[in-house]
Write a protein that binds this ligand. Sequence first.
Ligand SMILES: Cc1ncc(COP(=O)(O)O)c(C=O)c1O
Length: 508
Amino acid sequence: MSNLLLDVNIIIDICIKRESYWQYALEALQRCQNTSGQVWIYTGSVQTLEYVLTGELIKETDKEISSKKAHKLAKDILERFCKQYNWLASLADDGNVWGDDDPEDAQLYKAVQRLSDGLLLTRDKRLLQRGSFAISPEQYTSITQEKKSIPFIELQRQQSLIRPQLEHNIHKVLHHGKYILGAEVQTLEEKLAEFVGVKHCIAVSSGTDALLIAMMALGIKQGDEVITTPFTFIATGEMIALLGAKPVFVDIDPRTYNIDPDKIEQAITTKTKAIMPVSLYGQCAEFDKINALAEKHQLPVIEDGAQSLGATYKGKQSCSLSTIGCTSFFPSKPLGGYGDSGACFTDNDELALLMRQIRVHGQDRRYHHPQIGINGRMDTLQAAILLAKLEIFPEEVEKRRLVGENYTKLIHDNHLRIISPHIEPYNTSVYAQYTIQVNHREDTIQKLNNTNIPTAVHYPVPLNQQPSLETKIFKLSIAEALSHKVMSLPMHPYLGIEEQKMIIQALC
Ligand SMILES: Cc1ncc(COP(=O)(O)O)c(C=O)c1O
């Protein structure tokens, strides 16, 4: 697998079907794509492409075609060709080539080195002599390509789809220079609030900080208790403990892996200050029951929706279902950035204002701090990236749902002795993870690893057994038993049905 950057001569060969060259070139491109590689065209080549192809078309028709017509035809052909592949942006440093004998070649050679595992496909002898980053179509098709492996999470295909918008947004920030709470952060907050269907979104520095800020806004402090699930990522319990409060763990529903709402009431004491369910693996917890209980005991509810943005519960979006909803934009999350960030959501004006202040050191105006806060801001660059990703997020949510449902169907059709995820009929899951239950987990993982299929375990140790949070107050037999059985399969919106069949075949 490699990324191929195309020299102008390769593109022209294919466009005019130049005898004894074009088939080799096309074969190289197909080979690259068939082995999960990507084909790139350098934006700095546009003018040369246009000029050379127009000249070739005039030559080919023996000057019978006017240069205006040839130019139009050349643009049409190039547009069709380029649409099939990716544009590789020309960057500022690509201009530093005047000391080179051939500045245009030097630009291409610089550009290809930005690609990971990149090769410049050319038949230009001088370029081929520049070094090991240049390769001819004949050389490329004769090298043995690695067998395609299935990644656990694939972010490259998504990036190819949104690359122009992504680069546009990032460059805009580089030019305006407002790296902290720039305009992109507010735009993102408005768009996310609209997507989730709440009044306020507060963009923050991570999903972990979103939980911390939410609890700080609710005044949770030393000696308080917060009821939550033990079957989650450490951040959920960790942030409760960081505030000096006690995480009170309640066992889970064995079918959904979410907190069992029927076991919450027995855990409520006079010290209880909030209930914090997690919408695990992309499926919302049982909010009607949880909210009813919370109302009865006058407690706020915080949804840890780090894995569930895009999921719905009875037609309502995750993160709109309780007093405060929190999510994470960690890169592997359903809506993931290129670094850490997160968000808090609420309909409550007062809490929204407080969370905004806590995000900037508890400040209500410059250098005036009525309460303790943190540095919990989302970077402007991260917001710019998320804005590009948000545009295709609704389609990706749908794709994720289909991938999840295909897995479940394949498991059932193949009569595998595996428990597939149970999605409540009133829920839609965003399948942050596709997590199954098996009896002999180590053997199953080994079987999949032998065929180069990666797996993960979410999570091998329930929080009540983590040394930092250990508690033996309640019996948590379901969470403890399931932590030995769950394992997750590769999952992303672009996972093809053939790849899914290979994964299921490896489980048979
Ligand atoms: C359930 C849950 N809560 C909280 C977090 C923390 O989010 P972040 O990694 O953005 O801090 C995660 C992230 O993995 C998570 O899965």
